[in-house]
Ligand binder design. Structure first.
Ligand code: HEM
Length: 143
């Protein structure tokens, strides 16, 4: 069965087989896009593991129609308010870079099916993050 969940899972298995830690390339690219953000990461060696893994889990969870994704995204959006005002554009970039870093890491093992599946689920994740940010701002507006 060639569902998005199966395709995404196959990419994750390939990544693990190659022994590549996505977070290094992902963070390099993210900080290249937003150099001033580097200072907000007090413990990147630890938090980059969690931030990257949770993004991958959310994308895979969405593809599998898991009901825990929305509560996790809502929580993430709430806890990240502690790091200051993070524009949606930065989340958008982080999710997009997760997919492009994955594509580069897989090289020849990245094909049209992977691009389509990851692209579709990344769009869903970004839409969820946008909704969570808007909802929190509505119920708990910041001055
Ligand atoms: C889907 C996207 C994202 C996910 C799933 C995510 C998830 C996480 C997680 C799980 C942590 C660790 C919390 C902990 O261990 O206590 C974290 C920390 C953090 N995140 Fe994110 N995050 C995302 C996007 C972003 C973006 C776009 C920014 C923008 C700068 C950001 C800024 C931070 C900062 C500043 C920390 C604390 C880092 C530190 O103290 O070293 N996150 N994030």
């Amino acid at each position: 069965m060639n569902t998005d969940a199966a395709v995404i899972e196959a990419s994750l298995v390939k990544l693990a087989e190659r022994g590549i830690e996505l977070r290094h390339g992902l963070y390099e690219r993210f900080f290249a896009a937003y150099p001033a953000r580097r200072a907000d990461f007090l413990c990147p060696e630890a938090t980059s593991v969690r931030m990257t893994d949770e993004t991958l889990q959310m994308i895979h969870g969405l593809a599998s129609d898991e009901s825990w994704v929305w509560p996790l995204v809502a929580e993430l959006s709430y806890t990240h308010r502690a790091y200051g005002r993070l524009p949606f554009e930065e989340y958008e970039t982080f999710v997009d870079l997760t997919v492009t870093t994955m594509a580069d890491a897989l090289g020849v093992d990245w094909g049209e099916a992977a691009a389509a599946a990851w692209g579709r689920q990344a769009e869903r994740l970004k839409a969820m993050i946008a909704k969570a940010q808007t909802d929190w701002e509505r119920v708990l507006p910041r001055g």
